[in-house]
Design a protein around this ligand. Sequence first.
Ligand code: TYD
Ligand code: MG
Length: 472
Amino acid sequence: MSRRAQNFVCQNCGAVSGRWQGKCESCGEWNTIVEETAAAPTGPVPGRRARRGRLFALEPLQGEAQAAPRLASGLPELDRVTGGGFVKGSVLLVGGDPGIGKSTLLIQATAAMAKARHRAVYISGEEAVAQVRLRAERLGLLGAPVELAAETSVEDIIATLGEGATPRLIVIDSIQTMWTDTVESAPGTVTQVRSAAQALIRFAKRSGAAMFLVGHVTKDGQIAGPRVVEHMVDAVLSFEGDGLHQFRILRAVKNRFGPTDEIGVFEMTGAGLREVANPSELFLSQRDLGTPGTAVFAGIEGTRPILVELQALVAPTTLGTPRRAVIGWDPGRLSMVLAVLEAHCGVKLGGHDVYLNVAGGLRIAEPAADLAAAAALVSSLANAPLPADAVYFGEISLSGAIRPVAQTAARLKEAQKLGFARAIVPEAVRGETAADAGLSLTATGALSTIVADIAARGTHPRRHELGARQDG
Ligand code: TYD
Ligand code: MG
């Protein structure tokens, strides 16, 4: 009788249960549980005698510390995100939607390393060698001495890379296609991904090569497969952008060797990814400058700052009950903002349809977007374009006050990085971060003041009615 236990493993969170279930009790996802052969049993491997542990020296905290030796990649935007280049023996995980440009970015990085006379290896588990060549040709990289292979067996890869000089950079595209002989599960399952990543990471640490693992991303933006891979690597980078625009943002979600608040900005062109040294240029070129009804919100997604445009359209309704349509934001919060505008700022919207859209398909959950939404709505109603170089953030309370929000410094830093010159913020922000913000801050405590400011620049026939009540 076989003693090998069968486990049921959630492909989303890695939780193990004894039987199949439709819904994972650990993370709540549906249809993610797959039967897998149990991973290596605990206790000594059969055939090997249990040995006594080897003694090792414990060291004091004080002592010689070396700065991690780094090697610049040749792509400054990439280096900015990694914290100044590749650290020897470090492993980076890069996630992003399919087709966003992960393979393009990494073949460009590999080629840049190879051109600088470092041994750089690109292992593709998804594409044939010819396909990778075709891409390299399009990118004009055929001259770079990159070592290329289409392989998926972790054992074969480690054996091959162990020969000759240690590569300075190894790219594994992608970790979900890799498999190892040591576990029986199918490639792509949590157990395989975890074991394959473990073996590759061990190789990188042992050899001192910097390694990039490409990871697929699920529909809600998590790196597919076990979250444990994220815990095993030194840095997790996420490559983002939306299909309709050319710009791509690389950001560090986790980084053991550097900051996580730096972003790298690229533009996808016909000849690959172009680094954007001045992101505001690119970012602002996507916007309808000077159009009433748009406001830029400086938001935070998890730990990551992200700037996004809120677009509002306020138009007289032809229906008995005016429409309230919102995409990418909480309709309940929209109703609240409308009610506050009406009650405290004299903005009457009962006879208007209101549409609010978060550009780029992003979903915002933060109350901090209240102020940007309110500004966009008033801007549309008053036909008054907002300043193009301004960002907005702040929570609106039911009393019409603008409340401070968390991570102000990160928001301002991101705004400054993206080329904005001013920020309309809650009053409490003024002293807190003004010194290092590098932005001109307009700190306001009452929504009515901002509404009056916007309305004063508008061309709405009844603009004087807007913001008439300054008492807030
Ligand atoms: P790719 O790097 O294959 O994405 P990923 O590995 O993240 O799935 O990028 C594929 C997309 O990029 C594809 O839609 C075409 C586009 N692209 C360009 O626009 N220009 C280029 O020079 C290249 C190579 C790709
Ligand atoms: Mg790819």
